[in-house]
Design a protein around this ligand. Structure first.
Ligand code: RP5
Length: 154
């Protein structure tokens, strides 16, 4: 998992929490498309050779991190638009989702929900070749279902 800034952690920590709950091996790095472009190029170019399978990239504002990451790797890249102060994350969303045909980024929702779902989608991809993870993911979904009350408490 990469994020553009320390300030993205408050959002992206929700993805990490899901990965930890599902016992998905992961690493977390700050990599900025604009402030550390060489770090991004190196990270994306070497990701597959280092054994990574999926990259979750969270960024806000002019959120070029997921797209530029996808430009340098054929690994699946899942983009999380972090909610920005100025435009409430619409800038982040549009920056991430409007990729040109040929370089895909799987774009999730703005903010916490997107971070959670990015982790779940990454787990789903990995579970295709990991029966243990598949079982943990099914159990996670069942626990979520079981936690929904029949009626609201008043
Ligand atoms: C982006 O700029 C980051 O992903 C972050 O969401 C946004 C603001 O970064 P900071 O100014 O808070 O470091 O690159």
């Amino acid at each position: 998992m990469i994020m553009g800034s320390q300030s993205d952690w408050e959002t992206m920590r929700h993805a990490v929490a899901v990965l930890e709950a599902l016992e998905v091996a992961h690493e977390v790095r700050i990599v900025s498309a604009h402030r550390t472009p060489d770090r991004l190029a190196d990270y994306a170019r070497t990701a597959a050779a280092r054994g990574l399978s999926v990259i979750i990239a969270g960024a806000g504002g002019a959120a070029h991190l997921p797209g530029m990451c996808a430009a340098w790797t054929i690994l699946p890249v899942l983009g999380v638009p972090v909610e920005s102060h100025a435009l409430k994350g619409m800038d982040s969303l549009l920056s991430i989702v409007q990729m040109p045909g040929g370089v895909p980024v799987g774009t999730l929702a703005i903010g916490k929900a997107g971070a959670i779902n990015a982790a779940l989608m990454a787990a789903s991809i990995l579970a295709l070749n990991d029966t243990g993870l598949s079982g943990r993911l099914s159990a996670w979904r069942q626990a979520q279902t079981d936690a929904v009350a029949d009626s609201p408490s008043r």
